[in-house]
Design a binder for this molecule. Sequence first.
Ligand code: COA
Ligand code: AMP
Length: 632
Amino acid sequence: MSKKFNDIYLESIQNPEKFWQEASNDIFWFKKPNKILNKSNPPFYKWFEDGVTNTCYNALDIHIDKGRGGKTSLIYDSPITGNKSKFTYDELKSKVSKFAGALKDQGVNKGDRVIIYMPMIPEAVIAMLACGRIGAIHSVVFGGFASNELASRIDDSKAKLLVTASCGFEPGRTVEYKPLVDEAIKQAKHKINKLILFQRKGHEVKLNSQNEISWDEALTNAKDTDCVEMNSNEFAYILYTSGTTGTPKGIVRDIGGHIVALKWTMKNIYNINEEDIWWSASDIGWIVGHSYIVYAPLFKGCTTVLFEGKPVGTPDAGAFWKIISDYKVKSLFTAPTAFRAIKKEDPEGKFFSKYDLSNFESLFLAGERADPDTIKWAESLLKVPVIDHWWQTETSWAISSNCTGIEMMKTKYGSACKAVPGYDVKIIKSDQTLAKPNEMGDIVVKLPLPPGTFPTLWNADQRYKENYMSNYNGYYQTYDAGHIDDDGYIWIMSRTDDIINVAGHRLSTGAIEEVLSEHQSVAECAVLGIADKLKGQLPIGLVVLKAGVDKSHDDISKECIKMVREKIGPVAAFKIAIVIKRLPKTRSGKILRGTIRKIADNEDYKMPPTIDDPAILDEIKSDLIKNNILKK
Ligand code: COA
Ligand code: AMP
């Protein structure tokens, strides 16, 4: 291990309080914390508990205080609509402080929850920051989720207000938000008080004057509003993510630790300075979008790009190169799927050769496993380091990475590099002992987790404790499995629960199964993620019908697909449902999902000793062949 990185890493593990106290000096506090870490009630650790600060102040005002108000904070580029705009820190602050006033006028106060269900437009970022300004807790819901998912988030967060837009744009179709929002409000048991809707030009929708107001109207009499003082351990946001059941988990982020950690990562992990242009091609509805489109780059005071488009089809496979070239982007962060999509359309990089990427220094990939082929292809095209790093909604920043701002380490294809300072990563084997180098097991992180990670789940302390902190005493269970090699490189191999990653989007197969089980003809079902060349994984559903159902299998399959799209959303990319006779189970009745997945992916599998009827596996195999999932 190299000296520089190693020293910093060891310091963070041996003396975390000193390490993070030093990092905390780099952010703005109304009152600096004296208590750095409260360890009195594990696993509920508190960072900087007597500190007083504000998320929005650290994202905007602080840079203006330092005389950098004229610097570009946000670049919006929407190849899908042809719109582009830029905002200096002064301009963004002015818009945010006005919208914060509008939120207050609509009755939103410190601690209230605000749901943001919007496409990738600057108003979404403005709404997020405005919440921070007045101490409201935002919960951004990804636009690809259906009404049902939105309703469950309204109910769980008990939001006071919802901010939305008239529509979003996906290639070839307009996503009308208003009907989706109306349906969610109808389904939700908790009633929100108010809706603010941003009318997109040429796509205005009718509002009900009683409790719905347009963005522009809301701003009419709104006053500029200052940042409120927030205790470090109050919450900045809730981000719902897939759990092992259909009930999503509300990951919460506390304020002080979030600012300290994210600001630290911009230089140390990504090597980004204040003068740089940074681009994270994700969506604000995901954690990557929260942390690296909005918060970390603005805490750092650099320029962030908000891109409303796709890697391919908006209009072509050169879209990413155009943005990098037009704005002199230094580093890009995206999901491997985006690069697989570009590679598929333009394997020889013909579009790439049209642009000047001389300012481009590095590409970061995360969200799903980065296959070595894609990394090597990107390296040979871009001629810059391509860095795979690993993290989760729960942590909000990377657990393992090449820390390029500290010291560039060598790439090992297939590994997400080494544990980042702050994370004491270990592997625990099935016999509950710590693994030796290269031995596989569950990946865990020794408690306490560093600042910026989730201190609990929204209104669910017990679920937090039981789900994440109980299986291995003193450790956070990541639900990823893998190993650490002799050089300390971490290899993430698979999830140990029912989470799958489809095009970098985190989904629960259990949640899809819950939807399929609601179909009146379905007796039982199994959903699994099978390997897909483009999206990494794709969900497929196997359904067994109730006795006596004589509907065509094709109709049932179509109905199942429609139900998942309506109940979870298009993002589930659920396009395959196969009717089968029986599901393979253990003698105690557990469905052998892992074995079916191996059969579908053409991997070797051992006949499970507890299987009730081995012949079912052959039946499944021939069903998968019949449906073109498995080649003969
Ligand atoms: N609002 C509404 N619908 C959305 C949406 C949004 N914000 N984002 C995706 N969808 C829809 C898509 O239109 C698609 O609908 P369809 O079934 O009608 O075609 C469906 O959800 C599935 O989307 P996706 O899996 O993203 O596939 P795609 O074919 O639209 O795009 C890629 C493929 C590779 C271009 C796309 O997945 C991509 O850009 N991936 C990058 C990964 C990424 O940003 N990950 C975020 C975490 S880092
Ligand atoms: P999300 O919470 O949506 O960020 O998804 C987190 C999960 O995505 C992790 O638990 C991993 O299973 C997977 N993941 C994220 N980054 C990587 C990576 N670099 N390599 C492999 N899997 C990853």
